[in-house]
Design a protein around this ligand. Sequence first.
Ligand code: ADP
Length: 404
Amino acid sequence: MKILVLNAGSSSQKSCLYQLTGDTLPSKPPQPLWEAKIDWSVSAGLGLLEVEANETALEIQLESDDRPTGVSQMLKTLVEGKTKVLKELSQIDIVGHRVVHGGAEYSQATTISKEVKEAIARLIPLAPTHNPANLEGIEAIEKVLGDIPQVAVFDTAFHSQMPLEAAVYPIPYEWFEKGIRRYGFHGISHKYCADRVAQLLGKPLESLKIITCHLGNGCSLTAISEGKSINTTMGFTPLEGLMMGTRSGSIDPAILIYLMREHNFNADQLDKMLNKASGLKGVSGLSSDMRSIKEAISEGNDRAKLAFDMYIHRLKACIGSMLASLGGLDVLVFTAGIGENAAIVREKACEGFEFLGLKLDKDKNNSSPVDEDIAMSDSKVKILVLHTEEDWAIATECWHVMMS
Ligand code: ADP
């Protein structure tokens, strides 16, 4: 079975092709046959396409920023040139898409129909940068591959069963009825990590209390009990919760009212400030990239140190709140760019939780672990560093659709 995965972001389009044989899923994520990425942010009006397959890496300058044309050029590299891995595109059996917002309706991966596309479009006001890109990807595939089965895998789905006390905001209830509620995001990654924990520990997922820390450019935590998300840090939008690369995370909402009244900020300016000019970047004045923050700290930069300390302070506060939702903890998971690579963030995040019997093994933590437990052997809580595999999780959903 050949499964194409599309993962569209606001300024990029990632894609990969998996080939699966036999009638069971492999226990470990396989290497894709082909991987590609279009970066739309490199220069105005152009796109940069990077492709890897057959041990060849290509870079192609796209002559326009028309996204459907870009997707079809990207797909051409599957059947032409040095990265050719298919005779023809019709060999692809199914296409899976990461869709950021599925609203309250979608609690599972869903085969894409006219109604599903309408729902994704209807939810654009809730995910104004992502859902349009997801829809464009779906339509671009329709253009090139006709009526091939396509599956939407929603980042909100894993959280859709959160208990009401975690999902409802303490504002007039009528707003909840109109859709203003906590949805949660990064669900594909949080769910993948929960399943992987159970697999690596050889225990039923339902028996484990897990906190997953997805720390990338966007950051969120999820409390998982009996295999379900019972609380998470992102909310109505991916802005709530932790301090992130360029996003503020949670702040006193009265700050916004103050800025509007006293400094004439409008909605667009507030949006830009909180989403693009805050977090590590806004506080340090330097960069949203944790690597640059670490480097600046080593050179004695005080603002970078403050940004780092705030990041950890807020991370620990949110781990504490997930802990309270769970009433205990078996496994703490770190994943995504920072979670997988920044040993110092893991070390500092664990400090203060020793009272749980959680003991980090610093040597293991510093030895670039991948899918490994970095806790001491007598730690009561396991600490796992997992490589998140969102694309594989999407492919797995497609496989289930094909096999059902
Ligand atoms: P996205 O949310 O866009 O998928 P990633 O999961 O790739 O992002 O994470 C990006 C973040 O990971 C950046 O802040 C980057 O600094 C951080 N990162 C990547 N490698 C390292 C590293 N070796 N040390 C510290 N941080 C890292």
